[in-house]
Write a protein that binds this ligand. Structure first.
Ligand code: SF4
Length: 142
């Protein structure tokens, strides 16, 4: 492929759609090192060449300027970038403080359709076995 006289590299990279736990097979179009499009994998054992409307657009977030690239922690009413150790410590401190002050059922866990079944299983395990609440819900139910 040529653009303004410059030869562009182009390749298709097999991958998995990350928008839900179904795991449809995609081919990411990569042009000059940038992900520019999505095609379905026709021989994929999950999706057999089909993608939903979200799957066709799965490449769009890769180079988005709005993409979060670091965890955020609220401090003084503002969200501030931080490292993962600090963010996870803030989550653990917040969860244990609320559960201690108001009881475990004051805490709720909200799972995501973008996670795998195994990740959602671990989230409910954290809620039930560690915090001690059955308050677990999922965005796909809304
Ligand atoms: S969002 Fe759509 S294309 Fe992506 S894995 Fe789920 S069903 Fe498949």
């Amino acid at each position: 492929m040529v653009d303004n006289g410059k030869e562009l590299s182009y390749r298709l990279v097999p991958s998995t759609c990350v928008y839900c736990g179904t795991g449809c097979g995609v081919l990411l179009e990569v042009m000059d090192g940038r992900v520019t499009g999505t095609l379905p994998q026709k021989d994929h054992p999950v999706s057999w060449g089909a993608l939903c409307v979200k799957g066709w657009a799965v490449h769009e977030f890769v180079h988005s300027e709005r993409r979060l690239t670091a965890p955020l922690v609220r401090s003084g009413g503002e969200l501030k970038e931080t490292d993962w150790d600090t963010a996870l410590a803030a989550v653990a401190e917040g969860l244990s403080r609320v559960a201690k002050e108001h009881g475990p059922d004051a805490v709720g866990f909200f799972a995501s359709a973008r996670c795998t079944n195994e990740e959602n299983y671990l989230l409910q395990k954290l809620a039930r076995a560690v915090v001690g609440t059955n308050n677990v819900d999922h965005c796909a139910r809304l």
